[in-house]
Structure formats: C-alpha cells, structure tokens
Design a binder for this molecule. Structure first.
Ligand SMILES: Cc1cc2nc3c(=O)[nH]c(=O)nc-3n(C[C@H](O)[C@H](O)[C@H](O)COP(=O)(O)OP(=O)(O)OC[C@H]3O[C@@H](n4cnc5c(N)ncnc54)[C@H](O)[C@@H]3O)c2cc1C
Length: 464
C-alpha cells in the first residue's frame, strides 16, 4: 500500500475492508467493470465491508479533496462506477439481503445484485421489480428507475423503494423513509447516485411464483412486422398485467434451424405474474402469429426467468454503447424503423428492444418520485454490443443513429437515464428527462452534496 492511505493513519485504522491502490496486483481486476471499453484508474479502490468502511472512505476522499465514484454492480455502460484519479468506493463485498416475510419487506445492501435479491425473496414466494439480467446491481438500476418484468403490476423498482440508509458527503449515515428525511427518499427514487452512497435499500415485496408463465415466440425480421403489430394490440388490452418486450437479436445456435443462423429475429417476450395455466392460455395467440423461428415459451420458476438473458450478456467480454428514448406510442411507422435499425446492426451481438409501459408504472404521479412523468407508452433501446476495438466507431454510430432516427416518435425528448450512452449528452438529457422535478433535485443536491463530490453519474450539479 502506498502513502496515499497510510498518511491518513487515523482513518485507515477504522477500515476493515480491502484497500487497493495502482501498485497492488489486484488493481486491474478491481477497476474493471461490465463494459470492456471502460479503462480508468482511480487513485484508490476502497472495497468496503460495512457501513463504517464506507464512512471512512468518504471522509478520506474529502480529506484529500478527491471526487468519489461508487461501484454497485458495475453494470453501468458509461462506466460511472470507476473514475480516474479519485476514490472508487466498491460495495461488491456488501451483498447481504434479509427478508421479513410477514412484513413483505427486504433489506438489501448497497452492493447486492438482482440475483441476490431474487434468491432471498423467492424462498418466501416473494419478489420485487428488478432488472432482466441477474448480475446487474440493485443500486444503479434502482436509483435511476428500474424497469423489469413486474412493472405492469408493481411499477418500477423505485416505486417499491420504501426506505434507504445513505452515507452523505460529510460521512454521516442518514435513514430515509416516508416519515424520516422524506425529501431524500423522493430524490433516490430516480435521481441516481447524486446524493451519497446508499448502503442499504428497503423494498416492498409481493407474492410471485415460484412458477410463472414466460412466453418467448421468436419470428424472423424478414417475414415482416405483423407479429409485432399484433403483440402491440395484445398489450393494449393486457398491458396492465403483462410486463413485456420485443427484443431484436440474431439467430444462432442449436435452438434455431441452421438455415436461420445469422438472420435477424425478434422475440416477443412476456411474463405473466399470476396462475401459470391462465398465462399459458393468455399468451397462446402470440405463438400463432406466423411461422416461428424458435420458441422458448414455457412455465418456469421466476428465478430462472430472471436469469434467462444472462448468457447473452456476460460481464467484461463485450464493448458496449447503449441508448434509449421514451416513445409516446408504438406506431406502425416506429415498428418499421425499429426493424430497419435491427437489420442495420453491424454486430450480431447487438440487441434492440421495444418495452411496454402502463399498468402500475403509469399510475404514479409525475411529482411523486424524482423519476418524473409516467405518461410515456413505450421505450425503445439500442444496445450496441461488440468485441473488436476497430469496430467501435461503426457500432457507436449504429446506436446513436438509431436513437436519432426515431426522435419524432419520442416522448417530450425524455430518455431512460440508465441507458444513456457514454455520457456525452448528460447535461441536456438529465435536465430534460427530469422535467419539472429537476429544480427540486438541484435543491436537494445542494443540501447534501454542495461540492459535487458524487459526480460520476447522470449528474445534477449543485447550485454554485
Ligand atoms: C447487461 C445489462 C442488463 C441491464 N438490464 C436492465 C434492465 O433490465 N432494467 C433496467 O432498468 N436497467 C437495466 N440495465 C441498466 C442498469 O440499470 C444500469 O446499467 C445501472 O447503472 C446498473 O447498476 P449497477 O449498480 O450495476 O451499476 P454501477 O456501474 O455500479 O453504478 C451505476 C451508477 O450508480 C451509482 N451507484 C452504484 N451503487 C451505488 C450506491 N450503492 N449508492 C449510490 N450510488 C450508487 C454509481 O455511482 C453509478 O453512477 C442493464 C444493464 C446491463 C449492462
């Protein structure tokens, strides 16, 4: 360990986790995040074991006048978890989850992954809205919204966030709930990692599974848009009960007929949160919309559904650039644009998706959470995913062009801030996406982080 830490003797004595500096053999592994494009070097990585370690790390950064990045699950595509020259507070050793089944409440440590939460809650037949990939961090996903299969009946992850413990820029531990520091809870419901380090989340839980019906009929893009139109019309009737997405990808592997390998396909993926037999009947028409290329539909355990997409996205293997925008509605023309974009993807690993909203997500008033307006009908996301650095330019251009060529279908220019490219459009996008809530967020940021110590995020700059 270099002088960086040792000169702060009083602080280092209080630290029980792992301190990793650039001379440490573990440094390269510890600074790596999910997107292989991110290559940053913090002055120190503080792998915290407990709340007191987090407080010590924050105080150290402040004593050294350094900025702080926070690593939850490390999945953020812009790589906000890791910074150059600052202190990276790494919560990967803090993944505990405790469940109070009778109160239908989970307490989740700040470094937990969704698979930790699903495993602990499903033991009791409970769950809350989480992401579609099980090794995404609870923290980053939740703090900017959280869009998962259960959103139709239970809203976004933030709609289930009933409390949190936060270490502020002063190193102080604050509890927040509707009764205690409620304005801070409101800010955490969509305002990102701007206000401090969340060391514990408290989520409301709901009875789910263990078995649910999952539908995943897969059609060839070249066979035309009719199945997507029919799926859209189906969701117009059932979208308050069904969380769904239409995901464009490339066929390959033994589950597809060999003559389809390399062709673009789309999956009409839906989860029915209720009696699986009822779900099977409900989803059957989606499996009869033409000749399927493959069909992954079936009754399965909720935990398995939560891990189904994991193999598409292994951590650290891929270079990534993702963009998304909200759509007012899903018109036939927008479907055509999405199909053309899918055909134009330079990489077979890239995905693009249409996500439905409505149901419980839409019921939350715009000023009830920092996230803001819920009147968007849909979201369109483009996940550029590739391996060769020489292909960076073409793949980034694909995501950005696809994002731009559907601007006319956008919903007030708003975007999902968890899929915000590499941060190029941050200031404008953040302001627009929060809408009228932005001003209130600036006031809360100014109160809790006036020096903008926590700035590696969709940043809300404090007042000067
Ligand atoms: C493969 C993949 C699948 C995804 N699927 C979904 C999905 O289904 N639904 C969805 O909504 N999103 C999804 N996302 C997007 C995801 O929500 C964001 O990438 C999110 O930022 C990841 O959170 P994390 O904790 O893993 O990220 P990190 O990179 O660790 O952190 C992201 C941001 O949150 C801040 N942060 C992290 N931990 C804390 C903390 N404890 N306290 C305060 N701030 C913190 C960081 O400073 C950073 O700004 C997916 C991303 C990937 C890569």
């Amino acid at each position: 360990m270099n002088d960086f830490w040792n000169t702060e003797d009083a602080l280092s004595l209080e630290f029980s986790g792992e301190m990793i500096d650039p001379e440490d053999a573990r440094f390269d592994d510890a600074r790596g995040v999910w997107n292989a494009m991110i290559d940053r070097s913090p002055a120190l990585i503080a792998q915290c074991k407990n709340v007191s370690d987090v407080q010590t790390s924050v105080k150290l950064a402040v004593a050294r006048d350094l900025p702080i990045s926070i690593r939850g699950g490390g999945h953020n595509v812009a790589g906000h978890a890791v910074c150059d020259g600052g202190v990276m507070i790494d919560l990967s050793l803090m993944r505990g989850v405790t469940v109070d089944a009778s109160a239908r409440l989970a307490k989740v440590q700040g470094g937990a992954l969704w698979r930790d939460v699903d495993a602990a809650t499903q033991v009791h037949g409970l769950a809350t809205t989480g992401g579609l990939i099980s090794d995404t961090g609870v923290a980053g996903l939740t703090l900017s919204g959280g869009i998962g299969w259960l959103r139709a009946q239970h809203g976004l992850s933030i709609d289930n966030l009933v409390g949190a413990d936060l270490v502020t820029a002063k190193g102080t531990l604050i509890h927040t709930s509707v009764d205690e520091n409620p304005e801070l809870l409101w800010a955490l419901q969509g305002g990102g990692g701007n206000f401090g380090v969340v060391v514990q989340f408290e989520f409301a839980l709901h009875p789910i599974g263990p078995e649910v019906m999952f539908a995943a009929p897969i059609y060839l893009v070249e066979d035309g848009p009719e199945p997507i139109r029919a799926w859209r019309n189906f969701l117009a009737k059932h979208g308050d009960r069904v969380g769904s997405l239409c995901e464009f990808s490339t066929a390959g592997g033994e589950d597809f007929p060999e003559e389809h390998w390399g062709k673009r396909v789309f999956t009409l993926a839906c989860v029915y949160n209720g009696d699986p037999a009822e779900g099977e009947t409900l989803f059957q028409p989606l499996r009869e919309l033409g000749e399927m290329s493959a069909d992954f539909s079936g009754r399965m355990n909720y935990c398995d559904v939560q891990q189904l997409f994991d193999t598409l996205m292994p951590a650290g293997d891929f270079r990534c650039y993702w963009k998304a925008r909200y759509l007012t509605e899903l018109t036939d023309e927008m479907i055509d644009v999405a199909m053309a974009n899918a055909m134009a993807a330079p990489s077979d690993n890239s995905l693009s998706s249409l996500w439905n909203f409505g149901g419980a997500t839409a019921e939350v008033p715009a000023d009830a959470t920092a996230f803001g307006d819920r009147s968007m009908g849909w979201m369109y996301s483009l996940d550029g995913v590739w391996t060769d650095p020489d292909d960076d330019e073409a793949n980034i251009a694909w995501s950005r062009d696809g994002w731009s060529n559907c601007e006319r279908f956008g919903h007030h220019g708003r975007a999902y801030l968890n899929f915000a490219g590499h941060g190029e459009d941050n200031a404008a996008l953040t302001r627009t996406s929060f809408g009228p809530n932005y001003k209130r967020l600036v006031a809360i940021k100014t109160k809790y982080d006036p020096q903008n110590r926590f700035r590696f995020n969709q940043n809300i700059a404090p007042e000067a």
